[in-house]
Design a protein. Structure first.
Length: 289
């Protein structure tokens, strides 16, 4: 009898052990599929608003991402934070601005996704048409890197100045103007307080984020704005990461989230069509055509 009891007890232990081994993989699998990875993003203004909305979407949770958006007020600081890996990714800049940053900094960053193009515009409280500028009018433009070059290209597109043939659309400056029939005074200024300076000059060139923060819609309130075509490709906004992380699949997933249908609807409702979705591979930005 004792031998029989020992045999039965041994069989029970083996059975319990087998059950435990079968249940363990199921528990582990459940943990893996529900785990979210935190991605810290630096952003500002309307871009930050959009990404805070994206953070709440079911698509973001399904992608296994917990997105934390930190607000910055300084553009260079956002790129430095990414380059130093203090944050994972940032959302605020055009590709041209990114190129200009890399040209002036040892620690490089890279685009991981395209997001949108929003036209830069010329705004004025004094005139309603480009043709109304008089001799000696003053136009304020951004004084930071690629935005300065972009503003000068916009003034050329508007017929106000002519730039040299080999104008650098990343490093160009007012010194590259070769024709200025109306002797327009170009005044580079810091953009942090640009909207408040609008009434102090004859006109000001603003990027759309700053314009919207000042209650301006580029499609309705500017006297002239950039055409959306191949010539403005460098002005497409991107998500940027440290160069060593440009192939990180998690960060690429963040870029994909910008292009889901819910985001397009949100952008249309909140920004009046001034952010044109650009869902292209990063290679599009460097292609010759």
């Amino acid at each position: 009898m004792k031998k029989l009891i020992s045999i039965l007890l041994g069989a029970s232990v083996l059975t319990l052990g087998a059950c435990s081994k079968q249940e363990a993989p199921s528990t582990e699998t459940k943990t893996d599929t529900t785990k979210e990875q935190t991605v810290v993003m630096a952003s500002t203004g309307s871009d930050a608003d959009i990404w805070r909305y994206i953070a709440t979407l079911p698509e973001t949770k399904q992608a296994g991402i917990k997105l934390e958006v930190k607000n910055f007020t300084d553009y260079v600081a956002m790129n430095t934070a990414v380059a130093n890996k203090e944050v994972d990714i940032n959302a605020f800049q055009s590709y041209a601005y990114l190129v200009a940053f890399n040209a002036n900094n040892k620690d490089k960053i890279a685009a991981v996704s395209t997001t949108y193009l929003e036209p830069m515009g010329i705004y004025s409280s004094k005139i309603k048409k480009v043709e109304e500028f008089t001799n000696g009018s003053t136009i304020a433009i951004p004084n930071d890197g690629a935005n300065e070059s972009r503003a000068l290209l916009l003034l050329q597109s508007a017929g106000l100045v002519k730039l040299k043939a080999d104008f650098d659309n990343v490093k160009g400056t007012p010194a590259d103007i070769i024709e200025n029939a109306k002797k327009i005074i170009i005044k580079p200024i810091q953009m942090a307080t640009a909207v408040r300076a609008k009434d102090e000059v004859d006109a000001i060139v603003l990027g759309n984020t700053l314009a919207m923060e000042g209650g301006l819609n580029v499609l309705k309130d500017s006297i002239y704005y950039e055409p959306t075509d191949q010539s403005t490709k460098m002005n497409v906004n991107v998500l940027a990461v440290a160069e060593s992380r440009k192939d990180d699949p998690l960060l690429k997933k963040v870029g994909e989230l910008y292009h889901v249908a819910a985001v397009g609807k949100y952008v249309q409702e909140h920004f009046g069509g001034t952010k044109v979705d650009v869902n292209k591979p990063v290679s599009y930005l460097t292609e010759s055509k």
